[in-house]
Design a binder for this molecule. Structure first.
Ligand SMILES: *[C@@H]1O[C@H](CO)[C@@H](O)[C@H](O)[C@H]1NC(C)=O
Ligand SMILES: *[C@@H]1O[C@H](CO)[C@@H](O)[C@H](O)[C@H]1NC(C)=O
Ligand SMILES: *[C@@H]1O[C@H](CO)[C@@H](O)[C@H](O)[C@H]1NC(C)=O
Length: 234
């Protein structure tokens, strides 16, 4: 008798619990094109001046070569996710922007830094991007670029004689033999999410090397700066 009452109580609690923490996420739209907006996820680790709200762009470092950087919206890139629906589903789509003349696909790629086991630099070079660099999908409720964790660092670039630029890097989370999870955030860098903001994907002029045949309809926010994140979650 006691047990059945307890079980009944638990069952009621289990049904009632989700109603108290209804997941609630910002409204989004669909677009082939999008810009990537910086959202600092730990304000205590933000850079000075803040990198909150900056947009991903390409920093020219050679013919067909760019480092992924961040700056104002007017010099930012419009990206699209490239791949089949099934490639997207299985996290092997890529994120591409068109550059140069004639317009050529430049893929967002991650390449492990020589001095680190977990930190990669992000590039926007002519050619394919890294599979899996794509926007999060169901059951994740927020929209952001994967794989986590992206960071913004103020790094010296050799191509510019050591001048410093705000660049995008990515830190892979690792699990030690003791089961301890390590975020591996590089020192002095701000942990961020790169959040997609819808933007028109311009039609390609005749003679372009790029193609939008496999440009996916992406989920994105109309205006990232207007989102009050504290109202959403979990
Ligand atoms: C943006 O950052 C805030 C913390 O500053 C966080 O609460 C919010 O969930 C973040 N947005 C996304 C999409 O992760
Ligand atoms: C875009 O995706 C299609 C389908 O997988 C692929 O054939 C094509 O090579 C991709 N384009 C680029 C620039 O990676
Ligand atoms: C964001 O939402 C929180 C919680 O509803 C509220 O207290 C805060 O004033 C809002 N911030 C802005 C800038 O509207």
């Amino acid at each position: 008798m006691f047990f059945s009452a307890a079980i009944l109580g638990l069952a009621t609690a289990a049904v009632a619990a989700p109603a108290n923490v209804v997941p609630n996420y910002p409204a989004h739209q669909q677009s082939q094109g999008f810009r990537l907006v910086v959202n600092v996820t730990d304000k205590a680790l933000d850079l000075k001046p803040s990198v909150q709200g900056l947009y991903v762009n390409s920093i020219h470092v050679g013919a067909g070569l760019n480092v992924a950087g961040v700056g104002s919206k007017d010099v930012s890139n419009v990206f699209y996710q490239n791949g089949t629906a099934s490639e997207f589903r299985f996290s092997s789509a890529t994120t591409i922007t068109d550059e140069a003349t004639p317009l050529t696909p430049f893929g967002l790629s991650l390449s492990k830094n020589a001095d680190s086991d977990s930190v990669s630099s992000a590039y926007i070079n002519g050619g394919a991007g890294t599979p899996g660099v794509q926007i999060s999908q169901f059951p994740e409720g927020f929209l952001f670029l994967e794989p986590e964790t992206f960071v913004i660092c103020n790094n010296a670039l050799q191509y510019y004689q050591g001048q410093k630029f705000l660049v995008v890097e990515q830190a892979a989370t690792t699990v030690g033999s003791d089961g301890q999870v390590a975020k591996n955030l590089p020192e002095g860098c701000a942990p961020v999410r790169l959040v997609p903001e819808c933007a028109p994907l311009e039609a390609l002029p005749a003679g372009s090397y790029a193609s939008h045949e496999f440009a996916l309809q992406s989920e994105c926010y109309a205006d990232v700066a207007s989102i009050n994140w504290s109202q959403y979650g979990p």
